[in-house]
Design a binder for this molecule. Structure first.
Ligand code: FES
Length: 167
């Protein structure tokens, strides 16, 4: 996984991705998915680069596609992507206290979705299709059932300890 900041976009990595899709505009979505997989979001510079290096595209077109699809993030995501379900079943069974516990633990300010050191990002999602396990959280691909504020705090503590950080 390539670590990046807005100042350190590795255009060679982006070009290799474009090359693997033969610089064809019909593969734009797949290219964007790959760029996001590498950088964990779509850096503006990457979208501009793609728009300028693929025949028939422009930076504006690429940006338009990237903002149209919910799967794409224009902001950096954390190494750990936390999703809290706030569908009806999860909401009724206490997703809000869980969400607040995460925000407090990660010291997220209003509107902030990724913590300062970039380790965790937080997203609220609608029904994950596991209502019987409500309230549900997902961290990367792992599902955490029947969450409470205490349980999610312990999970985050464990992950922080593994990463050797304290937020
Ligand atoms: S409402 Fe949360 S999993 Fe269905």
């Amino acid at each position: 996984m390539t670590e990046t900041t807005k100042e350190s976009i590795d255009f060679k990595v982006i070009d290799d991705i474009l090359k693997s899709f033969e610089y064809k505009k019909s593969y734009l979505i797949a290219m964007l998915q790959k760029v996001q997989e590498v950088f964990r979001y779509l850096p503006e510079e990457a979208m501009t680069y793609i728009g300028e290096h693929i025949d028939g595209l422009s930076p504006a077109t690429v940006y338009g596609v990237a903002t149209f699809y919910a799967q794409f993030s224009l902001e950096p995501k954390g190494k750990y992507e936390i999703k809290v379900c706030d569908g009806t079943a999860c909401h009724v069974r206490g997703s809000m206290p869980v969400l607040n516990a995460i925000r407090n633990k990660l010291k997220l300010k209003e509107g902030q979705t990724t913590c300062e050191n970039g380790l965790f990002s937080l997203e609220i999602v609608s029904c994950l299709g596991a209502c019987g396990l409500a309230p549900v959280c997902v961290i990367n691909d792992k599902v955490y059932p029947q969450m409470t504020s205490d349980a999610i705090s312990t999970i985050l503590d464990t992950l922080m300890k593994e990463e050797g950080v304290n937020i």
